[in-house]
Design a protein around this ligand. Structure first.
Ligand code: ASP
Length: 416
């Protein structure tokens, strides 16, 4: 059994609370000398957050590589890999389509942005979105070291699958070399736990940095957009996922959500599905009872391509900006938004704010004013935290469904 940190959830919540209080104290109570505030912002909050995020990122490539390779190389039948892939991708795309549709339905009923006129200046450098062509080409790396160095996760996933398959086919010639990869995987999981034990401090810095720089005023802008977006995120997280879990698995949804706490909090504080992979993997395997052969494929792939929360934001933002510009989208355009949001969410990097970058692709498609992204960015930080929690919850729900359908879910562990 690997050594796990004790009272992690409680400590992370405490870290969050103290970060919030300290940030608010310095932002709102103006009794501290400026150089103390600057020092705290730079050397405690900024530096602490950056170190913590770096340590998490440090794990992503090796963890995805070793977990995928060890999972695939130990599969006994290739047919089961085919089934798992087919179900995983189908569920990921399906849930994302539901997510964005939900967002468009609620958005078109409540119309955020109508009668709203913004005085927020456009950002100086508009983020550039990546096209569909580049997204597809990026899956096939010409240099795996370069792909790993640049954190191109789709490329890393692709190479790891190929490598795992080759390892699987040559086990009889290499004296079961794949076992070494399983050992590496165990070592990396332990490394994950070691780094995660610092999470309460990391979360303290992340939340403190957020509040000490921006305070909470940001919410006044685009209030209706923020509120509606949060509403759809909550509906999707609790109703859609409960619904699909019930239909496909009959598992207890309260147990599922209860066990997902750490993962959701982690995604919330890091705003990155990729940085959350270590925690998602651990929870899905050790607490939800998903067999390693399934989780090692479904979780990294999900963190990379499955972004329901992001698609929800993109749907709502499109309606918000269209309304602000006095444009009513047609039914056909709504359908186009659904398709585009599903496709762009695949190409969205699992890092903070990436969803606002791919939003550009959708806005451009409809000739909507790109400057409006300024308003979206102004309120995006907290929304990014929330939608990332939804993104990772979706990955875990799909992992449970796929594992259950393959008979690879340990129900005793799930219910424990
Ligand atoms: N931060 C999100 C994630 O990592 C992506 C986004 O929507 O910006 O899942």
């Amino acid at each position: 059994m690997l050594e796990t940190p004790k009272n992690l959830t409680r400590n992370i919540l405490l870290g969050m609370l103290f970060g919030f209080l300290t940030g608010a104290l310095f932002f709102y109570v103006n009794v501290f000398p400026d150089n103390l505030t600057d020092f705290l912002t730079k050397y405690v909050f900024n530096l602490g957050s950056a170190i913590f995020i770096n340590l998490l990122k440090l794990l992503i490539v090796p963890l995805v590589f070793f977990s995928l390779v060890s999972g695939i190389s130990s599969l006994t039948s290739m047919k089961s890999l085919g089934n798992i892939t087919f179900k995983t991708i189908g569920l990921y795309l399906g849930t994302t389509a539901i997510a964005v549709s939900l967002s468009l339905i609620i958005g078109s009923i409540f119309k955020p942005g109508s009668g709203y006129s913004s005085n927020i200046a456009p950002p100086e450098n508009l983020p550039q979105g990546q096209g569909i062509y580049e997204t597809i080409l990026d899956i096939f790396p010409s240099n795996i070291i370069e792909a790993m160095a640049n954190n191109q996760m789709l490329a890393v996933v692709f190479f790891s699958i190929l490598f795992g398959l080759a390892l699987n086919k040559t086990n009889h010639l290499t004296n079961n070399f794949s076992e070494s990869f399983e050992k590496f995987n165990t070592v990396f999981m332990q490394l994950v736990l070691m780094i995660i034990s610092f999470a309460p401090i990391g979360v303290f810095c992340l939340i403190g940095k957020f509040v000490i720089t921006d305070g909470l005023d940001i919410f006044q802008e685009a209030f209706k957009y923020v509120l509606l977006l949060i509403l759809v995120l909550v509906i999707h997280a609790f109703i859609t996922y409960s619904f699909i879990l019930k239909i496909f698995t009959n598992l207890n949804i309260f147990t599922f959500f209860g066990k997902m706490k750490d993962v959701a909090i982690f995604a919330f504080s890091t705003s990155s599905s990729a940085a959350t992979i270590p925690v998602t993997l651990k929870t899905v395997q050790d607490d939800l009872g998903v067999n390693k052969n399934v989780s090692s494929f479904v979780v990294p792939v999900g963190a990379t391509i499955n972004m329901d929360g992001t698609a929800i934001m993109q749907g709502m933002a499109t309606i918000f900006i269209a309304q602000m510009s006095g444009i009513d989208l047609t039914f056909f355009q709504y359908i186009q938004v659904v398709i585009l949001a599903v496709v762009t969410s695949i190409g969205t990097a699992a890092v903070p704010s990436a969803g606002t970058i791919t939003l550009v692709i959708i806005l451009q498609q409809f000739g909507l004013p790109l400057e409006a992204i300024g308003i979206i960015l102004a309120v995006d930080r907290i929304l990014d935290m929330l939608r990332t929690s939804v993104n990772v919850t979706g990955d875990a729900a799909v992992a449970c469904i796929v594992a259950n359908s393959e008979g690879l879910l340990d129900k005793n562990l799930f219910n424990k």
